[in-house]
Design a protein around this ligand. Structure first.
Ligand SMILES: Nc1ncnc2c1ncn2[C@@H]1O[C@H](COP(=O)(O)OP(=O)(O)O)[C@@H](O)[C@H]1O
Ligand SMILES: [Mg+2]
Length: 374
């Protein structure tokens, strides 16, 4: 299904500011059912800046959905705080009688998009988008005007009178996004919004989210288990495991962090791991830095044979990034100087298999020497 991409090409650049829009501190959620306890969130500190697209990744069961449901307080955290657009939602929720309405009001500033769209099948597309406006008590005429404007924004002006069953998956998700924008939210939360869609439709929905982010200055917090989603549209990302955030930062910073698991997942190099008596080195370079001359210079200067085991160029977070896995003859100790040379050229260099760390510890246990290998 070829879906038109309605929003204008992203001529507008994202304007991420340092103002925090979503902040959680020590967020913890323990589910108790039939005498069993599951700690779904275990002290999560999340910081999402205004205007950014922030991706949370992690395997099934990591706590991603619980986190996003706690951010809009659909789920009550066991402890910790959530603040969105300067408002402490956890404090609002705890304020006894009347808390419900205060919280509902605050929630209008938070749009939510779901994996399975959650549209009402008996209502037309337009009426689905009008639903949150009805709840807000907006008059009929104004509701319709707003709904049509939003349908136009997501490229569905011609489907206003259709019913959800007549739409493709991608179109249903566009309705879901239009409905999420009805209350003019500052923040859009998305839980696996593209997981039920084919790759091409996924791309068009991601593009739409990116365009809305730029056109409306909308901050987007999205949950996904697909690294490609992060690669395509995220400014920042966090990796969750066992209810905790184990890594987080801007995509650019993560890529420049030696040993980052997210960087490795975002940008796998491929290629074999070190054989005996060999040193395998992963070289990362950004933008214009050209590796090719550096590698041949290295070979000439030190008179060594370098094998390229794998290489890839890609665009991550809007930047060109290259990675190359090369193999140098001899164990790590014999390659300290050539590796230093690469680092001097401004390349980011990681020695595979922990050989460098082992050498620093002085144990050398991950390094097989010539004698040891025989
Ligand atoms: N309503 C619930 N009751 C009990 N346990 C739950 C509930 N929701 C989620 N969990 C548990 O919390 C953990 C995190 O779940 P979830 O947030 O859905 O993870 P993810 O979205 O990363 O797959 C899992 O172990 C899950 O089984
Ligand atoms: Mg989930």
């Amino acid at each position: 299904m070829n879906e038109p991409c309605p929003a204008a090409p992203s001529a507008v650049h994202s304007t991420v500011t340092e103002t925090p829009v979503i902040t959680t501190t020590g967020l913890t959620k323990v589910y108790r059912s039939r005498g069993r306890e599951v700690t779904a969130l275990d002290g999560v500190d999340l910081h999402v800046r205004e205007g950014e697209v922030y991706g949370v990744v992690g395997q099934s069961g990591a706590g991603k959905s619980t986190l996003i449901r706690c951010v809009n307080l659909l789920e009550r955290p066991t402890s910790g705080t959530v603040s969105v657009a300067g408002q402490d939602l956890t404090a609002l929720a705890g304020r006894g009688p009347g808390a419900g309405s205060a919280l509902r009001k605050a929630r209008t500033g938070i749009g939510m998009v779901f994996q399975h769209f959650n549209l009402l099948s008996s209502r037309t597309v337009r009426d689905n988008v009008e639903l949150p406006l009805e709840i807000l008590g907006v008059s009929g005429k104004e509701r319709t005007r707003k709904a049509l404007e939003l349908l136009d924004l997501v490229g569905l002006s011609d489907k206003a009178k259709a019913h959800p069953a007549q739409l493709s998956g991608g179109q249903k998700q566009r309705v879901g996004i239009a409905r999420a924008l009805a209350g003019d939210p500052k923040v859009l939360l998305s839980d696996e919004a593209t997981s039920a869609l084919d790759p091409e439709t996924t791309r068009s929905i991601l593009q739409l989210l990116r365009d809305l982010n730029r056109q409306l200055g909308l901050t987007v917090l999205l949950i996904t288990h697909e690294m490609d989603v992060v690669k395509t549209i995220c400014d920042s990302a966090a990796l969750m495991r066992g209810g905790r955030i184990v890594e987080s930062g801007t995509v650019a910073d993560l890529l420049a962090t030696p040993g980052s698991e997210l960087a490795r997942q975002l940008f796998p190099v491929g290629g074999e791991l070190p054989g005996i008596d060999r040193t395998v080195v992963d070289v990362t370079f950004h933008g214009e830095a050209a590796t090719q001359p550096v590698i041949s210079q290295l070979a000439r200067t030190y008179n060594i044979d370098i094998s390229i085991l794998g290489a890839a160029m890609d665009t991550v977070g809007g930047r060109q990034v290259g990675r190359m896995r090369i193999e140098l003859p001899g164990p790590f100790e014999e390659n300290v100087v050539p590796i230093g040379f690469l680092r001097e050229q401004g390349l980011q260099v990681e020695v595979a298999d922990g050989a460098e760390e082992a050498a620093h510890r002085g144990t050398g246990d991950a390094v097989l020497t010539k004698e040891g290998a025989k």
